[in-house]
Design a protein around this ligand. Sequence first.
Ligand SMILES: Cc1cc2nc3c(=O)[nH]c(=O)nc-3n(C[C@H](O)[C@H](O)[C@H](O)COP(=O)(O)OP(=O)(O)OC[C@H]3O[C@@H](n4cnc5c(N)ncnc54)[C@H](O)[C@@H]3O)c2cc1C
Length: 258
Amino acid sequence: MNVKLLSHTPDAEKLIATAAKLCYSSSDIESLRDGLTEEKIESFLDMLVSIGHESVMEHVSFTFGVEGISRACSHQLVRHRIASYSQKSQRYVNENGFEFITPPAIEEIPEAKAEYDRVIAEITESYEKLANILTEKHTAEFIAQGMDEKTARSKASKMANEDARFILPNACETKIVVTMNVRSLFNFFRHRCCNRAQWEIRAVANEMLRQCMEVAPHIFSHAGPSCVAEGKCPEGKMTCGKINEVKEYFAAMKRNDK
Ligand SMILES: Cc1cc2nc3c(=O)[nH]c(=O)nc-3n(C[C@H](O)[C@H](O)[C@H](O)COP(=O)(O)OP(=O)(O)OC[C@H]3O[C@@H](n4cnc5c(N)ncnc54)[C@H](O)[C@@H]3O)c2cc1C
């Protein structure tokens, strides 16, 4: 898995402090940023985060590239609607010999791993067979319509991908670029840094948060799963029961020990 912060709104902390200052002062736009020293920005942000004044956080966005994750994981990611996504297409990109993700629990049991690899190998073979059969069918149709063979074959193979992909597994590797504003990231981290989230998206979320903390420590000082961000677990009977351990993990991340 590779999670990389590609870009973020410049002067992120100052911009949020500026937007928030507008709410609480009579300054005009030109003088709004006057006197916003590092210390003032930091204490202002700490105050905003602690009182939950989250709408001002929407002015700043972070963009990540994520690769080496499963389609199961990317499906969980894209359920977060307040975001923008660009994902590797299984229509335009052929999945012959596709990469796949193996869950650690399967990896560590030889019998489970053998079964997993056997089925993946079977799917890989069937995918290629289906793609070839469909390519031949569509090529013949396009040629019958008067297209030259080279163009027909190229168009047909893309069309073949569309239907052959129906047998691909959730394990299939994918790449995605995601942009979220800070408010949406807070929500994402509350849900997906939680021990109740699945291991793979939790690893993505934790790494995104770690990189956010590096560039904007005051914005993300309270971010994390609900038990960290809000001080209590909303999961009721389904709680992981490890609040102190979780809090220590994110405190260490904040201290840059993780
Ligand atoms: C542990 C776990 C288990 C889950 N299990 C399931 C499951 O079994 N089945 C399943 O379908 N999903 C499941 N989910 C996904 C979950 O229900 C959410 O779809 C996902 O976490 C996205 O969260 P969100 O809607 O808050 O985020 P976003 O879509 O980014 O929305 C952010 C916030 O905007 C507001 N909002 C967005 N759209 C609307 C709207 N249309 N109307 C009103 N308010 C809106 C809400 O306040 C929302 O919290 C699970 C998530 C987790 C973390």
